[in-house]
Design a protein around this ligand. Sequence first.
Ligand SMILES: NC(=O)c1ccc[n+]([C@@H]2O[C@H](COP(=O)([O-])OP(=O)(O)OC[C@H]3O[C@@H](n4cnc5c(N)ncnc54)[C@H](O)[C@@H]3O)[C@@H](O)[C@H]2O)c1
Length: 415
Amino acid sequence: MKLCVLGLGYIGLPTALLFAQRHKVIGVDVNKKIVEVLNSGEIPFDEPGLPELFNKVKDNFEAKTEVEDADVFLIAVPTPLDKSLKIADLKYVRTSAEMIYPYLKENNLVILESTVPPGTSERLVLPILKKGGLERFYFTHCPERAIPGNTIHEMINNDRIIGGIDEKSSEQTKTLYQSFVKGNLYLSNVRTAEFVKLMENTFRDINIALANEFAQMANENKINIWQAIEMANKHPRVNVLKPGPGVGGHCIAIDPWFLKVHSSTSKMISLAREINNSMPNYVLQIVEDLLEGISNPTITVLGVAYKGDVDDTRATPALKFIKLAENEGYKVKVHDPYVKEFEYEILNLDEAVKDSDCIVLITDHTPFKQINPEEISKLVRRRNIVDTRNLLDHERWKSEGFEIRILGNYFGSKF
Ligand SMILES: NC(=O)c1ccc[n+]([C@@H]2O[C@H](COP(=O)([O-])OP(=O)(O)OC[C@H]3O[C@@H](n4cnc5c(N)ncnc54)[C@H](O)[C@@H]3O)[C@@H](O)[C@H]2O)c1
């Protein structure tokens, strides 16, 4: 089989390389730089196991900027949210379909992996693919569930849903994915597959919102929510998620809107989004409470990636927190051991904490656990720290004289 994979990002590249273990794969990206990087033997972003996989399948993989004839076309391009309108921006999906249809031949298979609002395959993608007048080709939506940082393991081991325009499309896609997927492959129709993917991320967003609401209530109720969640989760049918400074990334913060826009009845989706979006404001309130009376404060943000141990800053709540803090007149310095490019300069740890009045841990990067509070105490101006992830060894920081606030733990403040 020859596959043409459109979009060589976090999802498309590992997918293309996993298929290249058994098939000939042409990876297509409109970003020339990505194609050049790959063809020079490098990987354009960090992902555990990806360089090793790349080396293994190099002979079966080539990156290009143009589509060419193939048996299977797979679309893994971005589907961002138009932030002001809160609707899906489908321009990349539309362009991909436009790029594929001139090359589409009888019995070819097209797989849409990108996350899309329900009905997109039938209303937008299929009509473009049919523009060449082709009668018989196969089409499925096969949404991706893998998580950055553990993408390869999850792509191989997760169960997946395959939604075809007909049974033969689903069966063919199943056979193809079986070349590397060890998880179960469940067959359905296109619209259900689109909906299922969005339900999954909406479920997580709403449950994180609930955990965030619990975290804010913990202070009012003078309890430690992290202990309370641990206890609640001893119930055989309860699994409260972790609170935090907000939800970011390419999926959970965005996909619920893809469902919401298609519904006149949904109520919980926007409420959950509102709660999660307000968490940076809540974290800033904690900081302000701690720094009351201090003029011209400088704060240090530890972690701008949207989640721990990755370099991905898409839709990170850190950005909103920083901008809110700047609006309050704070000077903000940023450190992240993984992130190389960000809207704000990424400093090394010593520079970032120098003369700081408060350290605010936003991302649960594992290396932050190794930070030595004794060394930090010599650099900062004031010993204050806010831990929004309950990550640090708080006793150690306290013994160095740090005043600590933990999101979701009673800290006796006025709010
Ligand atoms: N990243 C995740 O964790 C994740 C998880 C599940 C699902 N998804 C979904 O997978 C899809 C892809 O996400 P991603 O994170 O890989 O995006 P990404 O931004 O990392 O990569 C997408 C790539 O597609 C390229 N591209 C854009 N238009 C193109 C075109 N017409 N032809 C060829 N290439 C094109 C871009 O240059 C980019 O390199 C999205 O719909 C996303 O919602 C992502």
